[in-house]
Design a protein around this ligand. Sequence first.
Ligand code: FAD
Length: 536
Amino acid sequence: MPQTAYSHIIVGGGTAGCVLAARLSETPTNTVLLLEAGARDWHPYIHMPVGFAKMTGGGLTWGYSTVPQKHAGNRRIPYAQGRVLGGGSSINAEVFTRGVPADYDRWARDEGCPGWSFEDVLPYFRKSEGNTALADRWHGTEGPLGVSSIAAPQPMTRAFVMACQQYGIPYTHDFNGAAQAGAGYYQLNVVDGRRCSAARGYLDPARGRANLTILTRAASERLVFDGHRVTGVTYRHRGQLRTAHAESEVIVTAGAIGSPKLLMRSGIGPGDHLKSLDIEVRADVAEVGENLADHVNIDLVAELRSHESLDKYRRPHMAAWAGLQYALFRSGPVASNVVEGGLFWYSGEDRSNPDLQFHFLAGAAAEDGVGGVGPGRSGITLNCYGLRPRARGTVRLASSDPDAPPLIDPNFMGHPYDLETTVRALKLSREIFSQPALARYVRRVVLPDDTLRTDDELRDFVTHHCRTSYHPVGTCRMGSDDESVVDTRLRVRGFDGLRVCDSSVFPSLTGSNTNAPTVMLAEKASDLIAEDAACS
Ligand SMILES: Cc1cc2nc3c(=O)[nH]c(=O)nc-3n(C[C@H](O)[C@H](O)[C@H](O)COP(=O)(O)OP(=O)(O)OC[C@H]3O[C@@H](n4cnc5c(N)ncnc54)[C@H](O)[C@@H]3O)c2cc1C
């Protein structure tokens, strides 16, 4: 039976939760409880880089889908979010990017978040990063979040990077350096052939501390209040409802879907919505669950003439061979994260910062809901999205039942700009696939096939095939205005002893994948918590 009183309770053992549990338990006088709804990160797929391709559906996720998407063919679109220790960082594609300085300068200058400019956050990126290849002003080498370059890119990934250069896009060795634009190989959160999730990089070294308690399969149901002070959390563990008390703070890190869900279940959210579900309103905060932003993605899938991609390892004897190579040497196809090739580029004439990101996958049908090339055949995939979409959506409760999945409405293609940008990205994908380095391998592009030529046809294709890039942010927005959910020290407005410290507080999307920015945010949060404790 765990103790019931702690100095800090962290709700959600995902990317941010693991960082905070590790950092806060470095202070011996803190006693920290980390509650994670999912299981321990024991599943072997988590640790093999290629496991990403097996985990975008199934038991390590929450199994969410969106509500019917009004501007995307009225489809319910699968919406994978991690439900396991490490959260997204245990199931993601391990791609290590963090956007451009202008993203954070926009947070600080235009979006009411002084203290979060690039120069403010760069020290936290550097502190978190354990890069094994790059060591300059932009990179840290001693941090817990392991980062490495791909030792042996797949042949099709090499062909992709060459095709980009044949099209006229320069090669870059670093998407997180002085210039983001270019084509190359992603750096990965992989160390010695194994995924470096936040659970592995941060939590594992802290596990033995007497002042850190980690409970998995422990889903928080609501916050506990004493007036406007948050004093604890109720959670379900081994079939029983329990309460843990927080003497100092409750820190919500349940992710961009889970955090607004927990706040709303606890009575903090849009008053009318909560009343309609018979939830007592503690604070009518209109923006909880608003402002949902995500990168909306479109895939281009091609069938190869022969079996040059990772798809050949679907055959049992090839899979056995690849498994043996990995077991013996930690190398080969199992050590590939599939999503090896990267490209940041421009949709138009504005060359200030790239507004498109592409991921090249040396295989087809790697992700839940994405089309393949048919049994016994091999394929490749190029997915792309606009980096700064303009549509905003919502997260709402479906009912007061804590187990009911929330209503997730990312409002894909809800702004015309997003549709036009995605169509441009798709056209660029086609151009790249037609360059000699790739064209010689491609039998035919199956999605979208060649019969779709006009802009209207491509718009229709995008509308009916777009999907999530797994980067939801913004549903507990940080800002200086009274409407923002948390202030710039990540304290929930109107309450004492309560912060939200995860991707849900991003005021807007960074022009990148979102794991490294979330790690940075949690690193800075741990300093803010320590500073505030020292002042109180
Ligand atoms: C399939 C996939 C692929 C991705 N690929 C990449 C990539 O290659 N590179 C990259 O940079 N980013 C990637 N991302 C995004 C990145 O992983 C996320 O942005 C990041 O993990 C967000 O961190 P977080 O702490 O905000 O939330 P999460 O990591 O989602 O953590 C939230 C945690 O809280 C738990 N939780 C929720 N509700 C409760 C509750 N009531 N009680 C207890 N626990 C709760 C969840 O189970 C989860 O473990 C990907 C994400 C996914 C899902």
